[in-house]
Design a binder for this molecule. Structure first.
Ligand SMILES: C[S@@+](CC[C@H](N)C(=O)[O-])C[C@H]1O[C@@H](n2cnc3c(N)ncnc32)[C@H](O)[C@@H]1O
Length: 273
């Protein structure tokens, strides 16, 4: 058994419900990240693709469209997300509620894909070794994960601007399972090599995250993603209003032609089974 209990609990219930309710805004924010990962992963017609940590299934359905007449399968540890994925995209793709660390994979897939879904494993080497079992010989892994928080103005700057208004956070250890769990690319390289992967490539990309067409929309989005969202969740209305006022000028700096779009640095990681 894996020890991903804390993540299973975190990604079930209110956090996932919030993501699902704001799916349109999340997809808009992640549009450039999704496009970069899709180009990097290069899914093609006839492939069978596994989407790890698929969330509500948007990327899985998009993969299914691209690989027709192949097949896309989404796997996620969260029942809340998998229930939503089946409702929203069950006609296009199939979905498995399971922990990627210990699901009994057989070598059925050509490509393993993940958008921000593989940074949460308590034991990354065991998890990536298990995921490798899902691929046919020569099959490929392609995922995107966040770089360090300091390199993601979209998440870091609002957080720093509002931090003193928020309850103190208990310190987490570097590389702990979480959004920045694979921020150290040298460590990611070692994890994948130790898990038996070949031809590992790790590329850095800095991409726009369109948080909203207006500052108000961008604030709403910022309050529901990343470290700030975790901090602000249990605060009272007065604190939430103070946080909004504090982050508005920070986001305003990133106004572009189509809205508020601060940059975010990500790693595009590839390997062969
Ligand atoms: C940041 S969300 C990304 C969701 C989706 N890929 C997207 O981009 O919208 C991370 C996802 O990883 C899933 N996850 C975390 N640990 C997992 C595990 N051990 N096995 C499978 N899924 C996991 C979570 O439930 C969550 O859906």
């Amino acid at each position: 058994m894996s020890d991903n209990t804390a993540q299973r609990e975190f990604w079930n219930g209110p956090v996932a419900e919030n993501w699902i309710a704001r799916a349109t805004q999340f997809e808009r924010s992640f549009r450039d990240i999704t496009a970069a990962l899709t180009a990097f992963a290069a899914p093609s017609a006839g492939m069978k693709v596994l989407d790890i940590g698929c969330g509500a299934g948007f990327t899985t359905a998009e993969l299914a469209r691209r690989v027709t007449p192949g097949k896309a399968v989404g796997l996620d540890i969260s029942k809340t997300f998998i229930d939503a994925a089946r409702t929203l995209y069950g006609g296009a793709a199939s979905f498995i509620e399971a922990d990627a660390t210990d699901y009994p994979f057989t070598p059925a897939y050509d490509l393993v894909f993940s958008r921000l879904g593989v940074m949460f494993f308590a034991d990354p080497v065991a998890s990536f070794a298990n995921i490798r079992k899902s691929l046919k010989p020569g099959g490929r892994l392609a995922f995107v994960c966040w770089c360090a928080m300091a390199d993601i103005p979209a998440l870091n700057e609002p957080y720093l601007a509002a931090r003193d208004l928020l309850p103190a956070e208990s310190p987490t250890s570097e590389n702990a399972p979480g959004p920045f769990g694979l921020a150290d690319s040298a460590r990611t390289q070692r994890i994948l090599a130790d898990a038996g992967w070949q031809d590992i490539t790790i590329e850095r990309a800095t991409l726009r995250t369109l948080l909203g067409t207006t500052v108000e929309e961008a604030i709403d989005q910022t309050m529901t993603m990343g470290p700030l969202s975790r901090q602000v969740r249990d605060c009272g209305e007065a604190t939430k209003l103070a946080v909004r006022a504090r982050i508005a000028p920070v986001l305003e700096k990133y106004r572009g032609a189509d809205g508020i779009a601060p940059p975010a640095a990500v790693w595009l990681v590839g390997a062969r089974a």
